[in-house]
Ligand binder design. Structure first.
Ligand code: AMP
Length: 218
């Protein structure tokens, strides 16, 4: 099962990816997570991406396309993957098309998470992310997490922080960049019979059941 998630930042793509990954063992391909990992390791790709990300701008297409080409060609992706955060521009969408053809792969389901800008801003500004497993919670939920709960990647509890690009100023810029550069490519996928528009404003469990129902039919 190969899945594509489209939608603005804060629409729940990462949360739903993790839920699908946990239940169905699909490979989660998040270009944002890949860049953050590269920045942490101070690799060349990480160094190239950092300044763009801190400003809320997109990393140049060539860098992102090379990254996804390498990752998608790895053997674990043959068992099914979720693309989360790629493609974000028209050249990336075209590159993905060519890449999938060359790898003899297809997208089985395309989900577009739709929700109002005001909800996105509120969600992103209160979002806290675990440095190790990338789990996302709201500042409110963070207060409720029992200290006994452990991280899925490291021993001990999750290490939550606020991403620099989740600060109020950068969030506004990211939504603007999404509207200018990514929203236009939705039309490219909308025509596909595998496309489904999902209401991203409801609880994660409710979104997940919509996805599962659609995946059973795919
Ligand atoms: P995300 O974690 O998906 O919100 O991505 C965080 C940041 O990584 C974005 O704001 C971009 O700066 C960069 N990024 C991630 N994916 C892409 C992409 N497909 N194209 C360009 N930049 C990207």
């Amino acid at each position: 099962m190969n899945i594509l998630f489209l939608g603005p930042p804060g629409s729940g793509k990462g949360t739903q990816s993790k839920m699908l990954q946990d239940k169905y063992g699909l490979v989660h391909l998040s270009t944002g997570d890949m860049f953050r990992e590269a920045i942490g390791k101070k690799t060349e790709v990480g160094m190239k991406a950092k300044a763009f990300m801190d400003r809320g701008e997109y990393v140049p297409d060539g860098v992102v396309i090379d990254l996804i080409r390498d990752r998608l060609s790895q053997s674990d992706c043959k068992n099914g993957f979720i693309l989360d955060g790629f493609p974000r521009t028209e050249p990336q969408a075209k590159a993905l098309d060519g890449l999938l053809k060359s790898l003899h792969m297809e997208l089985d389901s395309i989900f577009f998470f739709d929700l109002a800008k005001e909800i996105l801003v509120a969600r992103l500004s209160s979002r806290r992310t675990c440095r190790n497993c990338n789990r996302v919670v709201s500042a409110e939920q963070l207060k409720e997490i029992p200290t006994s709960e452990t991280c899925s990647k490291k021993s001990g509890p999750c290490d939550f922080y606020q991403r620099t690009d989740d600060s109020a100023e950068v969030v506004t810029k990211r939504i603007e960049v999404y509207q200018n550069q990514t929203a236009p490519i939705i039309g490219f996928y909308e025509k596909s019979k595998s496309f489904l528009r999902v209401d991203g404003s409801v609880a994660p469990e409710a979104v997940f059941s919509v996805l599962e129902k659609a995946l059973k039919k795919a």
